[in-house]
Design a protein. Structure first.
Length: 135
């Protein structure tokens, strides 16, 4: 489906972003990622959590060093918000937060293989596993 394709595209972008960030991020850059993830946890409802998740993904894209990645993410803004809201409704904001902060930890630890493996795992779980995005 279109939603599944979008999830896979987002994961590919996030994996590429993680590589760029790990290669050259400063401590302040990594702190900004943690702050963006924290905004997901602090969201008052699914809509705000979805917006915070988009902001987190956009921060990843911006820090990646790939000038096209933020534009690609932005082009899917409306459909992404719907998917993130649905994810929160089905799985909870806390799962979205934990998923994001775990990626931050892998980036902070400069562990590209763990970051890519985590993104791949989360993508598989969202498309066909326990982290559903379909009602």
């Amino acid at each position: 489906t279109i939603a599944a394709a979008r999830v896979v595209l987002e994961a590919a972008g996030a994996a590429g972003a993680a590589g760029g960030i790990i290669a050259c991020a400063s401590e302040e850059d990594i702190a900004a990622l943690f702050r963006a993830a924290e905004a997901i946890r602090e969201a008052g409802d699914n809509r705000h959590a979805a917006e915070a998740a988009f902001a987190f993904q956009h921060e990843l894209a911006m820090q990646s060093g790939n000038t096209l990645l933020p534009l690609i993410f932005r082009s899917f803004y409306s459909s992404v918000l719907v998917l993130w809201e649905r994810f929160c409704a089905l799985n909870g904001v806390s799962m979205l937060y934990e998923t994001s902060v775990r990626l931050c930890r892998h980036i902070r630890d400069r562990d590209l293989s763990a970051a890519v493996a985590w993104i791949d795992y989360c993508t598989r779980e969202t498309v066909s596993g326990s982290r559903r995005i379909y009602y």
